[in-house]
Structure formats: C-alpha cells, structure tokens
Write a protein that binds this ligand. Structure first.
Ligand code: GRF
Length: 193
C-alpha cells in the first residue's frame, strides 16, 4: 500500500478534497494508496477537525515548540517517516522547508500553489494577479524543490478573472478549482505507469 502523508497549516479544504476523492474513487483498491496521516504544524488548525471528521488520523508537530527550522524539520520528518510515505502532499502548509528536508523527500514531495506558476510565487498571489491586470488566474501542482514555488509543474487549472474581482473573490474561484486539480494530479502520480 502506498501511504500518503498530507501536511496542513489551516483550513484544510484541499486535504478534504483529497480525502473525498480517495474515498469516492476508491484509491485503496484502484491505486493501492491511502491517506495515512494528516499532520499540522499548528495545533489550532481547523483542518485537523475536518480531517478527524473525515476519519483520518491526525498529528501535530507544533513549529513553535522548536528552536529554528532545522529542529522543526527534523521532528516533522520523524513523524512523517513513521508512515513510510510514497508521497508527502503539502496542502496549505505554510512553512518554508529546509533544503535537507526537501532533499530527504526528493521525488516524493508535491505542493499546490494558488497561481499559474512561474507567475506569482510566494504570498498575496491573488492580489498580485489583480494588480498586474491578469485576465486569467489559476493554480499549479508542482514538485517541491529547494527553490520556493519553482519545482517542475505537474498540472494546472485556469480560471477567468472578472472585472469586479477582489483578492477574496478570486481566491474563492481558484480554490474551487484547486479541489478538482489536486486530487486529479495526485491520482495521476499514483497510477502505475
Ligand atoms: C490554497 O489556496 C493552497 O493553494 C495554498 O494555501 C491554500 C490552502 O487552503 N497553498 P486549504 O487549507 O487547503 O483550505
């Protein structure tokens, strides 16, 4: 069985979309894969309750309990490695990872970013897309490398920008598509080639 470990920091709607797809499309039988754990770096992340409600095992590795990124990443890797994951799925995980962490999971680490990379890496993606006058926005699933938000692109979804969009309205439209895009990209990665 291929284990997936999902890392979250807050709402967890992408994690929930993955969990629903895994259940609806029977990833265990069809892809030999299951979500083994949802790990949050924030004990108060609402996504933890959502994960529990979906019947998923949850864990917390609180970054505030560690001095520095290395110590946190080492503890996080310890929690992840217990599950011997085939994939480590970042789903709104708001921590910059150390190069050692990224190297440890090379080829197994994926992220979803709410812009059409390579445009708008980093934060405030929707506001920056509006400021730039973009007619289209979207989301990208990519492999994680040491270069923040620049790893090889696995899949993208495009949404139109409306004339009266605010960063919030655009974010909501993009997020709806993220929930379709991420399960599709992960299922493709899990499918035997
Ligand atoms: C998503 O927009 C994702 O692309 C970004 O953070 C947001 C997380 O939302 N990395 P959620 O926690 O999955 O609801």
């Amino acid at each position: 069985m291929k284990n997936l470990v999902i890392l979250i920091s807050s709402g967890g709607s992408n994690m929930a979309a993955l969990a629903r797809a895994a259940r609806q499309d029977d990833w265990e039988r069809r892809l030999g894969a299951r979500i083994a754990a949802v790990i949050s770096n924030r004990p108060d992340a609402p996504g933890l309750d959502l994960a529990r409600a979906l019947g998923l095992p949850t864990e917390v590795v609180d970054h505030q309990q560690f001095e520095g990124r290395e110590a946190f990443d080492t503890a996080l890797a310890g929690a992840i490695d217990l599950h011997q994951p085939a994939l480590v799925v970042l789903a709104g995980f708001m921590r910059i990872l150390t190069p050692a962490f990224v190297a440890r999971y090379a080829g197994r680490l994926v992220n979803i970013h709410p812009s059409l990379l390579p445009a708008f890496p980093g934060l405030r993606t929707h506001a920056r897309a509006l400021e730039a006058g973009c007619r289209f926005a979207g989301a990208t699933v990519h492999r994680v490398t040491a270069d923040l938000d620049h790893g090889p692109i696995l899949d993208q979804a495009i949404v139109p920008v409306m004339p009266d969009d605010t960063p919030e309205s655009l974010a909501a439209r993009v997020l709806t598509q993220e929930h379709v895009l991420y399960p599709r990209a992960i299922a493709r990665l899990l499918r035997p080639s």
